[in-house]
Design a protein around this ligand. Structure first.
Ligand SMILES: [Fe+2]
Length: 176
């Protein structure tokens, strides 16, 4: 059973607690796990006026590319496997952290980050966004090095754009 709505938008701390709790209750979502080598798979577990909860399955080189969440803050819990998060930094390499099963990260609407699969095994993550995602920003690096933001619908799949993977320090080694 999904947590009851609070009839208001949730804070980062509340989203963090929500995904932590849900990731620890696989009986709620295990039957919806489906790994596809060609692309991440998404299952929306809950959506109301104030919060949307997603299950995302990752494997191989699946990678969101850099993006923001427009006006939504969010959190993700790694339920199985591992992912890597990078935060975009100007003038230096991205700030990078691996998140293994049991780990949770949260982010403000203004944060720009990228999530990629890591490790040898498929990963499962539980995400919550408040207010529910509607628009997102996807970032593209032009050959000149200029960064462009593209406004996209939450229904469009995030993926690395243009030279995004050639930004300094973006090699997503599986041992980092
Ligand atoms: Fe994100």
């Amino acid at each position: 059973m999904m947590p009851p709505t609070l009839r208001r938008n949730l804070t980062r701390a509340e989203l963090h607690a929500l995904v932590t709790d849900l990731a620890a209750r696989p009986e709620e979502w295990r039957h919806r796990v489906a790994h596809d080598p060609t692309a991440r798979t998404y299952e929306q577990l809950n959506r109301d006026e104030h919060v949307a909860v997603w299950l995302i399955c990752w494997m191989d080189d699946h990678d969101t590319g850099f993006h923001d969440h427009d006006v939504s803050c969010g959190a993700l819990a790694v339920a199985d496997g591992e992912v890597v998060e990078e935060r975009l930094a100007v003038g230096g390499p991205p700030l990078r952290r691996r998140v293994r099963a049991g780990g949770v990260i949260d982010f403000a609407a203004s944060d720009i980050h990228r999530i990629a699969h890591a490790g040898d095994h498929p990963a499962v993550t539980i995400h919550a966004y408040s207010p529910p995602l509607w628009r997102m920003g996807a970032y593209e690096t032009l050959p000149s090095g200029e960064l462009q933001r593209h406004s996209i619908s939450y229904a469009e799949e995030l993926r690395p754009l243009g030279g995004g993977s050639s930004l300094p320090g973006l090699a997503l080694a599986s041992d980092g």
